[in-house]
Design a protein around this ligand. Structure first.
Ligand SMILES: C[S@@+](CC[C@H](N)C(=O)[O-])C[C@H]1O[C@@H](n2cnc3c(N)ncnc32)[C@H](O)[C@@H]1O
Length: 233
């Protein structure tokens, strides 16, 4: 990480909702960091409001750390968002995600459609070309009698998966760029505004997007299989 300038930290889905007592800003509130809160709506702790839900208004390789907490479950096409995180984060930079692995559906402020496990974060890293350095799910304690997860205790009601991703030298910007631009354009067409996310139907993806995504998935699939093989030995 750089020592000659402040660390640029972008928090995606940064809004501090009513009743919440702190935001990620407090973690980076020091001269060594330049924290920028980004959200699709204006609100407390939001510095930049996105004009479209998919795609960040930052240059390629310009951000040291992207954090996003309790937001991916609210993004219908979160893999498109993550693909843009990979563009924006600088080489060796980090993306840190936290998102629920369990808990009730909460349409606050709108769409809530996903829960995440560590293997899902690994796969997400593979898809966007980021290395998943670590992914951990805080499962509830297991019940001694059955040795199954015990979801019945109150403090086990909510759980999260945390993922730390890095942009390595293997990131192939030129190969991913055409897929990303098609994917973001398609995702933005589905969701013109946050209010529409949960109410509008999804239209079929155009052929070029499907073809490019397929080619991209084949290429990254080879890398993912190689990683899984090396983890298995
Ligand atoms: C449950 S809140 C989480 C807020 C905060 N990060 C926290 O942990 O308390 C989810 C936030 O994600 C925002 N959001 C939803 N879709 C988004 C998108 N595509 N890009 C950025 N923010 C988004 C919502 O507007 C909302 O402020």
């Amino acid at each position: 990480m750089p020592t000659d300038r402040p660390l640029v930290v972008v928090d995606v889905g940064s809004q501090q909702l009513t009743g919440h007592t702190y935001s990620h800003r407090s973690l980076f509130d020091e001269p060594r960091c330049r924290y920028i809160g980004v959200d699709v709506v204006a609100g407390n702790n939001v510095d930049v409001v996105l004009r479209k839900p998919y795609g960040l208004p930052f240059d390629d390789d310009s951000v040291d750390v992207i954090v996003s907490g309790q937001t991916f479950e609210h993004i219908p096409f979160f893999w498109a968002t993550m693909m843009d995180f990979a563009r924006v984060v600088r080489p060796s930079g980090l993306v840190i995600l936290s998102a629920p692995s369990r808990g009730h559906v909460h349409h606050r402020p709108h769409f809530d459609g996903w829960r995440f496990y560590s293997a899902g974060f690994q796969a997400l890293g593979d898809f966007v070309g980021l290395e998943c350095l670590e992914a951990t799910t805080d499962y509830p304690p297991s019940a001694p009698e059955t040795r199954r997860w015990d979801y019945s205790r109150a403090r086990s009601y909510w759980g999260d998966t945390i993922g730390v991703f890095q942009k390595s030298a293997a990131y192939d910007a030129a190969a991913i760029a055409p897929v990303r631009s098609e994917l973001l354009a398609w995702a933005n067409r589905q969701a013109g505004s946050p209010e529409q996310l949960s109410t509008r139907g999804v239209t079929a993806a155009p052929r070029t997007l499907l073809r490019r995504t397929l080619r991209h998935a084949r290429r990254l699939g080879r890398a993912a299989r190689a990683r899984m093989r090396s983890q298995a030995v």
